[in-house]
Design a protein around this ligand. Structure first.
Ligand code: ASP
Ligand code: MG
Length: 440
């Protein structure tokens, strides 16, 4: 049994949805298909939630009606028969009635999660109507019946496995299952979600839960590229990655995969394939336990980084100093990405500055602090990269005109990261592309 996940753009137009139906029926293997909301829908729902939260009812009503028209024209092109169109209209009516009710009741965070869930509920139900119209047998599995997160928002893989296995056992003859990405229930039983872009995570969790043969992530590019195609002219798809390499790349900014979604498939050793709906025959990228390839694979960049430097002569020969500093970040639930230390100073980076003022206040007793915003982490990732000859040499040659602020080397065998001012990002990615890949 395999898992196939299609993102927002892959289902965002009626003709793309038709294409998805072809792809999922191209082979006879039993499968669970995970769908995102139509592209643009979750953003629209976020905006509707924001308007509702600010009691801007008229604005919310306008946003809802705009989204509703989009769905009406969508089904006009998705479906052919009157019967199917009637069914789809009823679905749209049901979900948009819910959205208009929110304008009349008091807003809460849990209501907002209900609003956000409408996108995936709509996409899967409409797709199901289309499959039925085409005479393609399938079962719609409600994600809210098996996707669960705990009090700390962590998915509960064991529970997901148990529930999903029970559900699947009810349909022993069925070969095609459709379910929603992104949405789940939380520990209180309320509707919740796996955060933006979370449909990849759903796919990975489902694949791990059922021990799938493969977890296919279908998007609109042909796999993970060696560099950011929006910035450098020439990039190449990377054919093979290990789970560790993929995790580093996703975390450090490669846009193709949601960073948290690697661990379930890694833990259960289910290979992940990144494939292109626009070009189904392209090789794409395979992510699996180990790869036969070594050396530099790809470069990723993560913007919006804040560097904090803490300097104190009391750090000299003192123990417990780093712990006390890290505890401040822990208290404010702010993860640290990079760390460098000298005998009298320590620099760390964070990507979330919400609690920065409190953090700086609490760091005061430890010494003088300096903050630099608008920084970018550029990560050079590859299997055993730190043992590959000349890599450091080439990186520093490429960076000769860049004011590098921090370097992280040796923490992982697969990653060398540098912190640079964001204004130097384009230059850095271009220079590295030339030096490391020979791509002008
Ligand atoms: N629809 C959700 C989002 O746009 C989840 C996803 O597409 O992965 O964030
Ligand atoms: Mg996505």
């Amino acid at each position: 049994m395999k898992v196939m996940k299609f993102g927002g753009t892959s289902v965002g137009k009626p003709e793309r949805m038709h294409e998805v139906a072809k792809l999922i029926t191209a082979d006879p293997e039993k499968k669970i298909v995970v769908l995102s909301a139509l592209s643009g829908t979750t953003n629209a729902l976020v905006e509707i939630g924001q308007s509702a939260a600010r009691f801007e009812r008229e604005k919310a009503a306008e946003q809802i009606s705009k989204l509703s028209s989009h769905y009406h024209s969508f089904i006009g092109q998705l479906l052919n028969t009157e019967k199917a169109r009637e069914q789809a209209l009823a679905i749209i009516r049901e979900h948009f009635e819910f959205l208009s009710i929110i304008l009349r009741i008091s807003f809460s965070e849990s209501l907002n999660k209900d609003i956000l869930a409408q996108g995936e509920l709509l996409s899967t139900k409409l797709f199901s109507v289309y499959l039925e119209e085409q005479g393609i047998p399938h079962v719609l599995l409600p994600a809210l019946e098996f996707m669960r997160i705990d009090e700390t928002d962590e998915p509960q893989l064991d529970l997901i496995r148990t529930r999903l296995t029970e559900l699947l056992a009810r349909y022993p003859e069925n070969k095609l299952f459709i379910t929603q990405g992104y949405i789940c229930r939380n520990a209180k039983g309320e509707v919740d979600n796996l955060k933006r872009g979370g449909s990849d995570y759903t796919a990975s969790l489902v694949a791990a839960a059922i021990q799938a043969t493969v977890c296919e992530i279908w998007t609109d590019i042909d796999g993970m590229h060696n560099n950011d195609p929006r910035i450098v002219k020439k990039t190449l798809p990377v054919e093979q990655l290990s789970f560790d390499e993929a995790a580093e790349l996703a975390y450090f900014g490669a846009k193709i995969l949601h960073p948290t979604c690697i661990w379930p498939t890694q833990q259960q050793n289910v290979p992940v394939k990144l494939l292109n709906t626009m070009q189904p025959s392209a090789t794409g990228t395979v992510i699996q336990k180990s790869t036969s390839t070594k050396g530099v694979k790809a470069i990723a960049a993560k913007d919006g980084i804040i560097a904090i430097n803490i300097k104190s002569s009391r750090m000299l020969l003192a123990y417990g100093f780093l712990r006390k500093i890290f505890e401040v970040f822990e208290k404010y639930k702010t993860p640290i990405d990079m760390v460098t230390t000298s005998e009298v100073a320590v620099s760390v980076t964070i990507d979330n500055g919400i609690h920065l003022p409190q953090i700086l206040k609490e760091l005061e007793p430890f010494g003088t602090t300096e903050v630099e915003t608008d920084q970018t982490i550029v990560s050079i990732v590859g299997n055993e990269i730190v043992e590959t000859r000349d890599v450091l040499n080439k990186i520093f040659e490429a960076l000769s005109q860049v004011p590098v602020r921090m370097v992280s080397y040796g923490g992982s065998k697969h990653n060398v990261s540098v912190l640079i001012p964001s204004s130097f990002k384009n230059l850095t990615l271009q220079k590295l592309n030339v030096k490391l890949f020979g791509l002008e």
